[in-house]
Design a protein around this ligand. Structure first.
Ligand code: PRP
Ligand code: URA
Length: 208
């Protein structure tokens, strides 16, 4: 499985701000969005371009155009919504498909509660977005659903990933391509990433 840990100094600086327990939700959301843009920039480096003829002030020219109708952005609710605006800065026309998954805190199994994909999703590249990859149960369930709907390529963007989650994702969906700001140490006994960020959804939405 392709895994890219993005070491850009701005990503590392901003991730450090998120790691501070005292960072309040408003700043947390803003910085999550900024990192999402930086990760999306890396993850879209090989998107195909179509040659398109245009008229310029100096005459005709062929330019490259990215066909965003071949992509769908897929935030995993809820915390993935915090990532979405930062990705949309770069891909404003890409349609959004959503999947709602909530981890059972006891079993750590994802519970699916909502799914709405764009109708013509088959054959598209999905940009899966979620701040946290812990056990990978949620990401695997999302990719299962995307592939069942006909998605042919999944690029996944995670703010923080656990090594255990990356191994599990590779075992189930080795064709996934992953960009992440950090591969952290490990999961604790409750399935939280160490050092991680704590509960990303709670910090984004200001819930206890
Ligand atoms: C978090 C996070 C991921 C998932 C990661 O969501 O945003 O979706 O946990 O854990 P996993 O890799 O072990 O599945 P959570 O289920 O807490 O829901 P929320 O986004 O609504 O807070
Ligand atoms: N979900 C989170 O928000 N944080 C973790 O560390 C693990 C799952």
């Amino acid at each position: 499985m392709k895994i890219v840990e993005v070491h850009h100094p701005l990503v590392r600086h901003k991730l450090g701000l998120l790691r501070e327990a005292s960072t309040a939700p408003a700043l947390f959301r803003q910085v999550v969005g900024e990192i999402a843009t930086l990760l999306a920039y890396e993850a879209t480096a090989d998107l195909p371009l179509d040659d398109t003829g245009i008229e310029t002030w100096a005459g005709p020219l062929t330019v490259g155009r990215c066909d965003q109708s071949r992509i769908t952005l897929v935030p995993i609710l809820r915390a993935g919504l915090g990532f979405l605006p930062g990705v949309q800065v770069l891909l404003p026309s890409a349609p959004v498909s959503v999947i709602g998954l909530r981890r059972d805190e006891r079993t750590l199994q994802p519970h699916a509660y909502y799914q709405r994909f764009v109708e013509d999703i088959a054959g598209r590249t999905a940009l899966l977005i979620d701040p946290m990859l812990a056990t990978a149960g949620s990401a695997i369930a999302a990719i299962d659903a995307l592939k069942a709907a006909g998605v042919t390529r999944v690029k996944a963007i995670f703010l923080v990933s656990a090594p255990e989650g990356l191994r599990a994702l590779e075992a189930r969906h080795p064709d996934t391509e992953v960009w992440t700001a950090a591969i952290d140490e490990r999961l604790n006994d409750h399935g939280y990433i160490l050092p991680g960020l704590g509960d990303a959804g709670d910090r984004i939405f200001g819930t206890p």
